[in-house]
Design a binder for this molecule. Structure first.
Ligand SMILES: [Zn+2]
Ligand SMILES: [Zn+2]
Ligand SMILES: [Zn+2]
Length: 142
């Protein structure tokens, strides 16, 4: 996603483009890898961006809850990794346990549920992640 598109999305969702938000999004746009709040904080501190850790955490949460970022519990330890959203459509992620690679999956289990299975519930939200060992990591083991 281009930064201009991100700016448009932010204003569409009624979010102001604050300086920390802009800095965080720019840092993520330059990354090919997913990042945690902690490593983003370290990276931005090294660049003397002057954004404190709680501001980074708060903004990463806000940006992922509004769908601008994707959020994944990469190591199943409750510490989230974030990235700019890879695809427009609702999706889930396939995660390599060994190298931490994350790939988007154009699939949602919620769509497989019948309305009787979720009877009476509205505002459904799904959390679904698949963990495995990627092809490259399988090669290394041999
Ligand atoms: Zn994603
Ligand atoms: Zn791997
Ligand atoms: Zn889903």
């Amino acid at each position: 996603m281009e930064l201009d598109q991100i700016r448009q999305q932010l204003s569409k969702k009624g979010l102001k483009i604050t300086r920390p938000r802009q800095t965080i999004l720019e840092a993520l746009a330059h990354k090919s890898n997913w990042t945690t709040a902690k490593s983003l904080f370290e990276e931005l501190s090294a660049q003397e961006a002057n954004i404190d850790f709680s501001t980074i955490c708060r903004n990463l949460e806000l940006l992922s809850s509004t769908g601008i970022l994707c959020r994944v519990d990469r190591d199943s330890n409750g510490i989230f990794a974030y990235s700019l959203r890879e695809m427009e459509e609702h999706h889930h992620h396939l995660i390599c346990r060994s190298c931490g690679k994350i790939s988007p999956m154009d699939f949602c289990p919620l769509q497989q549920l019948s309305s009787s299975q979720t009877a009476g519930y509205t505002d459904l939200e799904c959390r679904f992640e698949v963990y495995g060992c990627c092809r490259e990591c399988q090669g290394k083991k041999l």
